[in-house]
Ligand binder design. Structure first.
Ligand SMILES: C[S@@+](CC[C@H](N)C(=O)[O-])C[C@H]1O[C@@H](n2cnc3c(N)ncnc32)[C@H](O)[C@@H]1O
Length: 247
């Protein structure tokens, strides 16, 4: 009886969740330098759940413009992207790199991410058809990370992240920045110093967050450098690209 009540409660919560989920994705065109990319995304966030990844964020615009101008740095690389959302950064990189693993922790976001990967494979704009994958990765989750590393034993040349630390009042208590850097540090240590770097497209929304990102990186034994000339204004927000390596 108790079990039945619990199942009914769970069912009710699932029904409520699906009521809030907006999956009315639209095929949207993005231009980054000479690169034109079409993918499915929402035009604005409108849900009550952690579904920030359903749309493209200013940090991705900043990072993608930089990557398209510096595409030679991606040539032949293996890349992992953290908090990929709809996949706009990873999919752009797929045009240049050898292999890329796009990751996110949210099941709903992973669904649209996988759809966008399939869409791009069908457009035939990527290098080949079987090296771009989407994997579930929650920052700080060693099992999930080890599973990914199990099929990429040598680790990755580059770790990418765009706009992956936004602070939503409701989620402040679940600050995921230390966990993000746990994952980044582990990925960097697979290769060792100077063999892998984390490139982060950062948008400044709160001073407290600006300080926290840098101080967490340092606590994890990392060195943060601002990429020269990367500071810019996107909409009314200031952005910068960080190059983060082992100290
Ligand atoms: C603001 S969105 C940015 C999405 C995309 N990178 C962009 O710039 O358009 C943040 C992304 O990070 C993911 N994310 C947030 N917390 C996470 C966590 N603890 N572990 C893994 N992914 C997370 C979200 O699901 C979301 O896709």
């Amino acid at each position: 009886m108790e079990r039945k009540e619990k199942n009914e409660e769970e069912e009710e919560i699932i029904c409520l969740e699906s009521f809030f989920i907006n999956d009315n994705y639209q095929l949207t065109t993005f231009t980054f330098g000479s690169q034109v990319l079409e993918l499915l995304c929402l035009q604005s966030a409108s849900t009550d759940f952690d579904l920030t990844g359903q749309l493209v964020w200013p940090g991705a615009m900043l990072l993608n413009n930089y990557l398209s101008k510096n595409a030679e740095m991606l040539q032949g690389c293996s890349i992992i992207e953290l908090g990929s959302g709809v996949g706009v950064t990873g999919i752009l990189c797929s045009r240049f790199c050898r292999e890329i693993v796009l990751t996110d922790h949210n099941e709903e976001v992973l669904k649209i991410l996988k759809k966008n990967i399939e869409l791009h494979k069908s457009f035939g704009t990527s290098n080949s058809s079987n090296w771009m994958t989407a994997e579930k990765l929650e920052w700080g989750n060693s099992d999930q990370l080890n599973q990914i590393l199990g099929s990429h034993l040598g680790g990755f040349d580059l770790i990418l992240g765009a706009d992956i630390y936004i602070l939503i009042k409701k989620f402040v208590a679940q600050n995921s920045i230390p966990l993000l850097f746990d994952t980044v540090e582990k990925l960097l240590r697979v290769r060792g110093k100077d063999q892998c770097k984390f490139i982060l497209g950062y948008i400044s929304r709160a001073k407290v967050m600006d300080l926290m990102v840098v101080s967490e990186a340092v606590k994890h034994g990392l060195h943060v450098t601002e990429i020269a000339g990367s500071r810019s204004v996107i909409g009314n927000l200031g952005g910068v690209i960080y190059d983060i390596t082992l100290q």
